[in-house]
Design a protein around this ligand. Structure first.
Ligand code: SF4
Length: 333
């Protein structure tokens, strides 16, 4: 038979907590000693309103209506190889080596037949060439074995290939297959952080930030516009703010200009002569001239007969109208 003193009431009948649970005062002390729980991280915030981002990419799209990268390739496979080779190397240096290489090996089968030693010979001028030659042969083997010799169209499949990381996969998906990806290289990482368009501590964070802020209709070419802007204008050591078409919008405190450079179209580089049919280069130039002469650029809203000179005027007018939601810059007025 149980003694009356054994009948212990629940410690906290009101909450249903059982015997032995800490009393409120004990709980406060225990909470004070517990490690603080990490808070869910908020994504870094872009410094620009949607209207400002729209205006930034509108200007980039007028400057380079059909941007292209500067690596030479003739198909998805050679693009993949060129991007793998371009890690820690310049596009110019890669193009010098791949011109002769792609003329004899433009498919995984031909590359495999060439063999690691000869591929290595061809790319000797590129840094880390031994490792890269190994990867080129291994990825050619993997493409033949797992994908019937074709370059896969998903990031998941691409990153399983030797020498292929997320950035390379994003370039291939964007350039070869037209997918709206952003490959964060050194230029995009710098711009995203410097001007506060997509701040982030890692390339993945910057990529996620850009995917959040770039308007869908500019996603296809955003990657190239940002790379070319970083390579030629918003350079690492000394950004050329006087030549920058978004100088008025830029929120980098150390920028050296606040008046945007005239917004004129920049002629795209012609495909490399070494990789083209003899007349392809000429056809490219003629097509570009025809486009410039008569085409209405819907994004730019430029009338066909006003030509190149009309654009700077139009942009200045739009900025003066505070169409992007800010006050006209003093230097503008
Ligand atoms: S104003 Fe200067 S810092 Fe800003 S985006 Fe242009 S070049 Fe870069």
């Amino acid at each position: 038979m149980r003694k009356p003193k054994d009948k212990v009431a629940p410690a906290d009948a009101g909450t249903g907590a059982g015997a032995g649970e800490p009393q409120p005062r004990q709980r406060v002390r225990a909470n004070a000693l517990a490690k603080p729980r990490p808070r869910p991280q908020q994504p870094p915030v872009a410094l620009y309103s949607p209207a400002e981002v729209e205006e930034i990419f509108r200007r980039f799209s007028i400057q380079r209506p059909q941007p292209r990268g500067e690596l030479d390739y003739v198909n998805a496979f050679t693009l993949l190889v060129a991007v793998v080779l371009s890690a820690q190397a310049t596009d110019v240096g890669v193009n010098k080596a791949t011109g002769p290489l792609f003329r004899v090996a433009d498919t995984p089968e031909k590359m495999l037949a060439l063999g690691e030693a000869r591929v290595g010979e061809s790319i000797r001028t590129i840094g880390l060439w031994r490792n890269k030659a190994k990867n080129v042969i291994a990825l050619s083997e993997a493409l033949i074995r797992d994908h019937g010799g074709a370059v896969p169209r998903t990031r998941e499949a691409l990153v399983t290939l030797p020498g292929v990381g997320r950035k390379t996969a994003n370039v291939v998906l964007n350039v070869a297959f037209g997918q709206p990806t952003i490959a964060v290289d050194t230029h995009i990482f710098r711009i995203g952080n410097r001007i506060g368009l997509a701040p982030g501590a890692t390339p993945e964070e910057v990529e996620a930030g850009l995917l959040r802020v770039v308007p869908a209709h500019y996603m296809r070419h955003a990657h190239h516009w940002l790379i070319l802007h970083g390579r030629y204008v918003c350079k690492a050591r000394k950004p050329d703010c006087a030549a920058c078409v978004i100088a008025d919008l830029c929120k980098w405190p150390d920028k050296t200009a606040s008046v945007p450079a005239p917004l004129v179209e920049i002629e795209p580089p012609a495909p490399a002569a070494s990789l083209c049919q003899p007349d392809a280069r000429l056809r490219h130039l003629l097509r570009h001239r025809r486009q410039r002469a008569g085409k209405v650029d819907a994004a730019a809203g430029v009338e066909p007969d006003r030509g190149r000179e009309a654009r700077p005027h139009r942009v200045e007018r739009r900025i003066g109208d505070a169409e992007i939601g800010g006050e006209p810059d003093e230097g503008q007025v």
